[in-house]
Every structure is written in structure tokens, then in C-alpha cells.
Write a protein that binds this ligand. Structure first.
Ligand SMILES: [Zn+2]
Length: 537
């Protein structure tokens, strides 16, 4: 079983002893032939059903009591995975300011941004340019510290004429851009996984942009002629693949540092060690075509060479000039490259748009093209779905193809101003499109995944069964390798047929199956957690 990190929790699915196997065989025979054992199995199912019913009732009671009770309910709910989170956007500003201080960075008090030290840097702290101060001294000025946290996040932001939540949100990335991702990725992974563990999450699929300077340089050198096959050949001939080693090292270093900080594999391991991590290779879509093509090709090559990249995604503001102008061209690039690398999986930001943000014509085709041309197995946001051409047919098609939508409620509210009755989530549910909740940029938005569950329950009145299905979707539609525990029709994998998902001791055949599939093992573990969670209600 390919293992993404040295921190992966010990698998509960070890091959059982011969004696245990004999016992289980006996049980199976009794189940097949003994009426009394059959009655016991039925009784267990009834207990599970009543635990789920009690839990559903507890959610309704919490709903009556308001958001604080909902938070207390949801924080312990087994949420599976977060499939849509960006590494740097998930880190809280307070962490970044501390790291900036340790790195000797400066704070520009006029633009409220982090800045690299001036060229004549000195060790005495007087190395920052005029109008700047050492980030290490920021804690002595609470007013400026507060202003920096606000500037690097959505905290306290109030739109003013000419300055929207969209502007503030995307500007934050530039304000902490002086901080080295390469240097801090391990610390950031530790922060994210510890936070995830505290909310009963098991898995993070994190978007991250690894080094791609060589791809950019080659793109500039070769220019753009629109011939995908020729471009690919030239880029590969000029050594594009050389950068894969650097990309691999960036993950090695980040994961090793995460393990060190969290003491993974030792008695002092933090809970975050149990949270499994895989990565999605981020392509920056707001660039010239040659650069987007070169980076996309590098992403396909990297994901083919290193199983820790379980897929790819296109990022940056979808409403940006180049993102809009080249949208269809970029989907054609994916169509071409997907044929060369059919095993690399794709989730695409699509339809992160709203009326007025772009002309009406821009709202009509992005999600459809991402699915039909871009080979997206998952859609990030999908907010403008009801403005697409023939939206009912599109939603039915997504349901039929089992294309999952990553729903980011707070992000959609603060960036696009879309919430409540203007959000398409109920339409996705009505058409049977699979959905799961995710955070997008929990540090910038100052939220966590629990917050998004509270919001979904409050704003859309979703019941326990629906939210539980969404939590299950977050693993079923993850890009975790291996066969799923259930097929599309909800039938258990043949090796586990007749078993009770989440049981402590699966049959030998089922245990072998789980040991060979990261996805099924994660799903089994989530069912175990559901048993614990529901038994407590
Ligand atoms: Zn996103």
C-alpha cells in the first residue's frame, strides 16, 4: 500500500492470526446457516440504526439551540477529508507573523505587508528599509500587530466603495508572499493536520505549488505557437523533467519537517500525525499560455512520477483577465495532456464566479467545459452553475458522471458575496450531484471545517443523513489510491460483502482488501468513527 507520509497511522487491518481467521470462518458459517446468529446480526444493524436516529435527533435539538450547540455537535463528527484547501491560505496570520519574525523579515507599515530585508541586511535588526520595521518587533506594537492580522486575512474586513471582499481576499496572498513556502511548508502541514485532528478529520488533500522556475524559463524561451504536441516535445527535449527532482525534494523536506515537529512515530506524537496527507499540484492559470502549458505539463509529469501528488488543479482568480480570456484554451490543454497522461486525476476550480463580477457571457460555460473538456472528476466551487447554459441538464450530467462538487460556503460568501438563497448547493443536492464541504483557505477566512458544517446546517437546514453523506463523499471522491469500499450503487466491495463497515475485526479477505486500498481503509476507519460518534448520542 503506497504510504503518503511517515506519519500515516498504524493500519488496523493487519492480516489476522490463523486462530482469528478460524473464528471468523465459524462466525460466517453461523451467519449463513444459523438463525440465531442471523438474529444477532440483525440486532446489531438495529442498534446502529437507532444510534443514527438518536444522533439525527441530537442535531435537531442543537439546531433549536443555535450555532454554539451546533458547533459542539459538529466538532466531534467524523468529517473524513478536506478535499479543497490551499497550503498557504490555510495558515493563520498569527503563525506567519511569528515565522516572519524568526526569519528576519520586515513589516511595511504603510502597505501592511511582509517584506524581505533590504540588501544591506545586518544582524542587529536594523536591516529593514525606511518605513519598515523588523517583524520580530511587531509584538511590541499591538496596534500594528492587529492591523497586520487584519491585512493578511478577512478578519474585520468591511467592503468599501471600490474595495470588495474579492479584492481583500486575493490581496492577502501578496501580503504574506515574502515568507518562504519552501522554508515553512513543514510547519504549515503540522498546523493544518493538528487542526484537522482536533475536528475528527482523517485526510487532507492539499493544493500546493512546488518549484517550477525552470518550466517558466523554458516557456519564455520557447514562446507560444499553439501546437500542443510540438510544445510538449520541445519542453521535454529541453529538460522540463529535470525539475521533478526539486518538486520531489520539496515534498520530502516538508513532510520530514512535519514529522519532526509533531514527533510522529514516537510516544510524544501529536494527534495531527494520524491525519493522512496527499497533495494536488497547483497550476497558476492567470499566466500567459506558454507558461500555463509548461507548468501543466510539469504537473502531469510530476504526478506520474511521485504518488504523493494524487492529482492536479488550476488556481488563481477565475475572473482574472487571462483566466477568462484563455479559459477554453486551457481546457483544451488539459484535454490534450489528459490523453497523454490518462492516470493523472483532475479537480478544477470552475464557476467561482457571480453575476456582475464578469459579463453574463462569462458565466455560461466554465463548469461544463471543465467536466466535458477538462476531464475534471471534481469541481471546486461551482457557484455559477445555475447561470450556465441549460443548467438542469448540466446538473443531471454531473450526477450521472458522479462529478463531485467541493462546496466552500464561507469562501463563496466573502469572495463572491454569494450565500443563502443565491447559493446553488440545494440544486446540486436536488439533482443528486455528489457534494462535500471544504474550507478553501481557512487561514485567510478565519474558519475551520466545523464552521462550514455549522453554516451548512444553519443556512440550508441540512439534516444529519445529508451531512453524513457529505462527510462520506469527502473520502469516496478523494483521490486516495485504491478501490473504494462501496461501489456507485452503494454495494460493498466483494471482499467485504456481508461485513459490518467499521467493525474492529473484519474478515481475513476484507482485511486483506483494506490493507491493499488506502481509500477503502480510510472509509472503513470513518465508519468506525461514526460508530463511536453516534453511540455517544
Ligand atoms: Zn480554492
Amino acid at each position: 500500500m503506497p504510504v503518503s507520509t511517515a506519519c500515516t497511522p498504524p493500519s488496523p487491518f493487519r492480516r489476522p492470526s490463523r486462530r482469528a481467521s478460524r473464528l471468523r470462518l465459524g462466525l460466517l458459517a453461523a451467519m449463513l446457516f444459523g438463525a440465531s446468529t442471523f438474529a444477532v446480526a440483525q440486532g446489531a444493524a438495529r442498534v446502529a440504526d437507532s444510534a443514527q436516529a438518536r444522533t439525527a435527533k441530537a442535531l435537531e435539538t442543537a439546531r433549536q439551540q443555535g450555532p454554539l450547540a451546533l458547533h459542539a455537535f459538529f466538532i466531534a463528527m467524523p468529517k473524513g477529508g478536506d478535499l479543497h484547501m490551499h497550503l498557504s491560505g490555510a495558515v493563520y496570520a498569527e503563525s506567519m507573523l511569528a515565522q516572519a519574525g524568526a526569519d528576519g523579515l520586515c513589516v511595511d507599515s504603510a502597505s501592511l505587508s511582509l517584506a524581505k530585508p533590504a540588501a544591506d541586511a545586518s544582524a542587529d535588526g536594523a536591516h529593514c528599509a525606511d518605513g519598515q520595521l523588523p517583524a520580530a518587533k511587531l509584538t511590541a506594537d499591538q496596534h500594528l500587530y492587529d492591523a497586520m492580522v487584519d491585512s493578511m486575512s478577512m478578519r474585520g474586513f468591511v467592503p468599501t466603495p471600490g474595495r470588495t471582499g474579492h479584492d481583500q481576499f486575493f490581496d492577502t496572498f501578496g501580503r504574506f508572499g515574502a515568507l518562504s513556502t519552501a522554508k515553512h511548508a513543514g510547519e504549515w502541514l503540522a498546523e493544518l493536520t493538528d487542526r484537522a485532528a482536533a475536528q475528527n478529520e482523517q485526510y487532507l488533500e492539499i493544493m500546493h505549488t512546488p518549484p517550477h522556475a525552470r518550466a517558466v524559463a523554458l516557456a519564455k524561451e520557447l514562446g507560444w505557437n499553439g501546437d500542443f504536441a510540438a510544445m510538449r516535445e520541445q519542453l521535454l527535449a529541453h529538460g522540463l523533467k529535470d525539475e521533478i527532482a526539486a518538486d520531489r525534494r520539496s515534498l520530502d523536506d516538508a513532510l520530514a519537517e512535519r514529522n519532526r515537529l509533531q514527533h510522529c512515530g514516537t510516544a510524544q506524537a501529536t494527534p495531527g500525525c494520524a491525519v493522512q496527507v496527499h497533495f494536488l499540484y497547483q497550476i497558476l492559470r492567470g499566466n500567459a499560455p506558454e507558461r500555463v502549458f509548461a507548468q501543466t505539463l510539469l504537473g502531469f509529469e510530476a504526478a506520474s512520477a511521485d504518488p504523493r501528488w494524487v492529482g492536479m488543479n488550476f488556481v488563481m482568480a477565475e475572473d482574472g483577465y487571462l483566466s477568462m480570456r484563455d479559459y477554453t484554451l486551457q481546457m483544451h490543454m488539459l484535454d490534450y495532456l489528459h490523453r497523454q497522461y490518462p492516470k493523472v486525476r483532475l479537480s478544477l476550480h470552475a464557476g467561482e464566479l457571480a453575476p456582475g463580477l464578469v459579463p453574463p457571457e462569462g458565466l455560461r460555460f466554465h463548469i461544463r467545459q471543465a467536466v466535458e473538456l477538462g476531464h475534471a472528476e471534481r469541481i471546486g466551487h461551482g457557484v455559477d452553475a445555475m447561470y450556465e447554459n441549460n443548467p438542469g441538464q448540466l446538473l443531471d450530467e454531473m450526477a450521472a458522471r458522479r462529478v463531485m462538487v467541493e462546496i466552500n460556503l464561507t469562501s463563496n460568501d466573502v469572495i463572491l458575496g454569494v450565500k443563502g438563497a443565491n447559493h446553488p448547493l440545494p440544486f446540486y443536492l436536488r439533482h443528486g450531484v455528489p457534494v462535500a464541504l471544504s474550507t478553501d483557505d481557512e487561514g485567510v477566512s478565519r474558519i475551520d471545517l466545523t464552521h462550514e458544517y455549522v453554516r451548512a446546517a444553519q443556512d440550508f437546514g441540512l439534516d444529519y443523513a445529508t451531512l453524513k453523506q457529505m462527510a462520506r463523499n469527502s473520502l469516496a471522491y478523494s483521490f486516495l489510491p485504491g478501490e473504494a469500499l462501496w461501489n456507485a450503487a452503494g454495494k460493498l466491495a466483494p471482499a467485504c460483502a456481508g461485513q459490518s463497515p467499521g467493525a474492529a475485526k473484519p474478515s481475513a479477505a476484507c482485511g486483506d482488501f483494506l490493507a491493499g486500498s488506502e481509500k477503502a481503509a480510510a472509509q472503513w476507519e470513518q465508519e468506525r468513527r461514526f460508530r463511536v460518534f453516534e453511540a455517544a448520542h
